[in-house]
Write a protein that binds this ligand. Sequence first.
Ligand code: AMP
Length: 499
Amino acid sequence: MSDSFARLGLAPELVRAVTGEGYTEPTPVQAQAIPFILAGRDVLAGAQTGTGKTAGFTLPLLQRLAVHGNASPSPAKHPIRALIITPTRELAAQVEESVRTYGKHMPLRSTLVYGGVGINPQIDALRRGVDILVATPGRLLDHMQQKTVDLRHVQILVLDEADRMLDMGFIRDIRRILAALPKQRQNLLFSATFSDEIRSLAESLLHDPAQVQVARRNADSELVAQRIHPVAQSHKRALLAHLVLSGDWHQVLVFTRTKHGANRLAEQLCKDGVEATAIHGNKSQGARTKALAGFKDGSVRVLVATDLASRGLDIEELPHVVNYELPHVPEDYVHRIGRTGRAGSTGEAISLVAPEESALLADIEKLLKRKLVREAVPGFAPGTASPPQTPPVRREQQGRRPHDGRERRNHAAADAQRSRSNAHAAPRQAPQMRPIGAAHAVAPAHTAAPARPAAPAHAAAPARPPASAHAAAPTRSATQARAEPHVPALLRGTPRRAG
Ligand code: AMP
């Protein structure tokens, strides 16, 4: 059992649950927030996804509810006492799963309500009685209007990713929900950023809040090698396909600015022989869950996402994040690259930047307070008439891609190991300055034919078994790989239930 969690004041049932999850130490946000929440204080916390914030509010919340918890099956004995509101369906599903995981040794019930799926099963679940409700704002309002939810007994309110909820235009919905809650309650507000709007919401919501702030994740992390590839807009797709195929990348999260752009790019990548799928708000919940599951089990190599869709997805510690287009809001760049290089593992964040995006790049560099290194990829620099052809990928090659989860993890781990060893090789003062040759060390044809890099590599190795590229990675010996004490969990846990 983990003493450090018990020292925060957590009950043995909760300590047992987190120990079962393999956690040994509380994260900073947990260490700071848990004692305040256990003491019944309102809390204003600055923490992003990936900091362990969910357990930071869920563990003490469960403990406070469990004091009066009971195992009675009667719905009347289970009025909603804790309400957790999140901006997206995915985040709601993940939070509710955390509630179940951490609360598995306690007699508390939880359920999930979000839009895009049938309302009747949710009504049935609510009718059976739940102690903890996790909800997105719109669907919660639907239930309120239909009088299928009773919020009169809420003792604890959590607004998770409050900044994103405001970005998504939920402020009026939130205010309507707040108005339906009992005045006497504990309020917890978690937000990655603090705009004036968030501050004003916090002022009206929180009473004498304890403030918790943890470092922005990866804002300037040496673990993330950041590179800019200057490229004409019209050559970006060819460059991306080239990087993925020649680098033998797996589990690549690619950001576009628009839903339409995400769809189009995913389609084009598939035509180039790169298994890709798009995930964004226009897709049905079923389609989003399927896309995510495919990405996690390895049948989808590239997930193309918009910023909004990516928020709250439990996909972290990826070896490769690509900004296909720079975001308009520089903070989103930090959120995006925060998907890689976590928990002691290294990763790389690559931005394909067209000349017309130079102002956006300048804004990002201003936020980071440093210049990012530009590396033109031979054959793709702006001004190049036509980019090298994307290598034809033969069907049978694609068919051999590992779809088995274990093999996939090996691929992903090898990706990360390559990133790590590359990062080790890079000069410490400029981790983002990895020479382009090192990035492509696994594709020997690059050195032979830098001007048309991708095609020969693939043409030359049509019969390569799926794992061989990794086994042969020249930057890392097999012994080194075996001696590596920490193989990062590229995707934490198994694919999540959609609720
Ligand atoms: P979150 O920021 O809540 O999205 O959490 C990010 C991930 O960190 C989740 O997958 C958790 O399972 C994991 N996590 C939370 N707390 C800890 C901890 N104390 N030690 C290790 N992993 C943790």
